[in-house]
Design a protein around this ligand. Structure first.
Ligand SMILES: [Zn+2]
Length: 135
């Protein structure tokens, strides 16, 4: 019944089934590691958020793969690639508006300003169908 200190496999002395010094250290490491990961994630998010400042249209709140794909199209249009290369089509009820598929569920709406094609917005199919008259 007497509580006798014993020597754990780590070499520390103490009572109980496990070495409390090592358990505490492991817990502290776990918290530090957790903080490090959280800080890294925070920095990555900050870096990612800052990239949106360079977009000519608002791409925030879109899924990442949609943002990436939209930027490829925007860069292409800016280097004078034809919207048809991206599967873009003029709207039947407004020939000055061009709709380019970004992913299966998102399209980019562009305004044809004569010799310049200006990206206007990236819309999901749900948003898009609400705006479309009779759609
Ligand atoms: Zn120990």
């Amino acid at each position: 019944m007497s509580r006798r200190k014993k020597i754990f496999s780590c070499g520390h002395k103490g009572y109980g089934q496990v070495c409390h010094r090592c358990a505490n250290e492991a817990e502290r490491d776990r918290i530090l590691q957790h903080d490090r990961v959280r800080e890294e994630k925070r920095q990555q998010k900050q870096e990612w958020d800052s990239t949106f400042a360079q977009d000519p249209i608002n791409l925030k709140n879109l899924p990442t793969h949609v943002v990436v794909k939209a930027r490829v199209i925007i860069a292409g249009l800016q280097s004078n690639k034809n919207y048809r290369e991206y599967g873009g089509k003029r709207l039947r009820h407004n020939r000055w508006i061009i709709s380019i598929p970004v992913t299966r569920n998102y399209r980019m709406i562009c305004h044809d300003c004569g010799n310049l094609l200006l990206p206007y917005a990236v819309l999901s199919h749900e948003d898009y169908n609400v705006d479309k008259p009779g759609g």
